[in-house]
Design a protein around this ligand. Structure first.
Ligand code: PMV
Length: 322
């Protein structure tokens, strides 16, 4: 009753921001992501009739109670699909320290869903696995596939049509994302809280909904045509719109820190100097800079100049879950 899985994280090119159903984690809009080769989680789940509670070891340490409870609630959903009521030991290792806070819930819940279903011999297809991972963390449903992935929001109330589907495999385009981790010591508003507050209180949320669909269509087309500048400009503007929605919430949500803006300025300076590079930012201060493979050295060099960037990681499209 043991299973292991490795899932790669993903960064959204067109963001998921806002839910139409909180409990089933059904999004208000489709989203598009790139799976990352360098960020992944490897998880082993062992169900054990002698355990009295679920255990969660994360990067060789006991996870805190909040994290353990979240994992346990997710396992409850898997247990409810089967006849087992055994508890489990979950051991997860992240390829990068989680303090960097980079999309680790996406790879984390995708790996957990796959490892737990292997441990229970469920033999789920990728679509079912994607739906299951979604219940742990929305963005996790996209981490089932490598390359470029779309999460279809679906329309049904039961969520059966809300899952990810591949747009293009990793070999399609060796697009690079240089990820700049900035200071992460300050406490953040989680993406869950941030998007809920945006839906409830931001006057800009309607504007988000009326433009995101077109953004996604254009971005998908640009991925398929490998049109870098078209993709980059849509990705950047989509991320800025998401942050504008959050800034408009009441109370306002500001995810950026000083170095975030410094990285943005560097990216703009790169473009002025003739190097096509574009940024995207999730619900936090870190910046992912998109560029073509031949420009990775100059982008990397330039970002190294930004004070308070703690770590730069060069990522390319990663593989499917295994
Ligand atoms: O799936 P969550 O709850 O981690 O939310 C992800 C939200 C963003 O990262 C900001 C956007 C996205 O589509 O990944």
């Amino acid at each position: 009753m043991q299973g292991t899985a490795k899932a790669h994280s993903n960064i959204a090119l067109i963001k998921y921001w806002g839910k139409r159903n909180e409990k089933l984690i059904l999004p208000a809009n489709n989203s598009l992501s790139m799976t990352l080769d360098q960020y992944y989680t490897t998880t082993t789940v062992s169900f054990d009739p002698y355990l009295e509670t679920d255990q969660f070891l994360f990067n060789d340490n006991q996870a805190n109670e909040k994290e353990r409870a979240r994992v346990s609630r997710f396992l409850d959903q898997i247990r409810s699909l089967t006849k087992t009521n055994y508890h489990a030991t979950v051991t997860s290792i992240n390829s990068v320290p989680t303090a960097a806070g980079l999309a680790s819930s996406a790879s984390g819940f995708a790996a957990l869903a796959a490892a737990a279903s292997k441990a229970l011999d469920l033999d789920l297809d990728k679509r079912t696995l994607s739906r299951l991972a979604r219940l742990g963390s929305g963005s996790a449903c996209r981490s089932i596939y490598g390359g470029f992935v779309e999460w279809q929001k679906g329309n049904r109330n039961d969520g059966m049509d809300s899952y990810a589907a591949p747009v293009a495999p990793s070999e399609h385009w060796n697009l690079a994302m240089v990820i700049a981790c900035v200071d992460i010591t300050r406490k953040n508003v989680s993406s869950r809280e941030g998007m809920n507050a945006s839906v409830r209180t931001s006057p800009f949320y309607q504007g988000w909904l009326t433009t995101v669909e077109q953004d996604l269509i254009k971005a998908k087309r640009a991925v398929l045509a490998r049109d870098f500048e078209k993709l980059g400009s849509i990705v950047e503007s989509n991320a800025l719109k998401m942050h504008a929605v959050a800034l408009g919430a009441n109370p306002p949500i500001i995810y950026w820190q000083e170095p975030t803006l410094s990285v943005i300025e560097k990216v703009q300076a790169l473009r002025k100097a003739g190097v096509p590079a574009y940024f995207t930012i999730d619900a936090g201060p870190n910046v992912a800079v998109l560029c073509e493979q031949q420009n990775v050295p100059v982008v990397h060099e330039t970002l190294l100049e930004v004070p308070d960037v703690m770590n730069l990681k060069i990522c390319y499209p990663g593989p499917d879950i295994a």
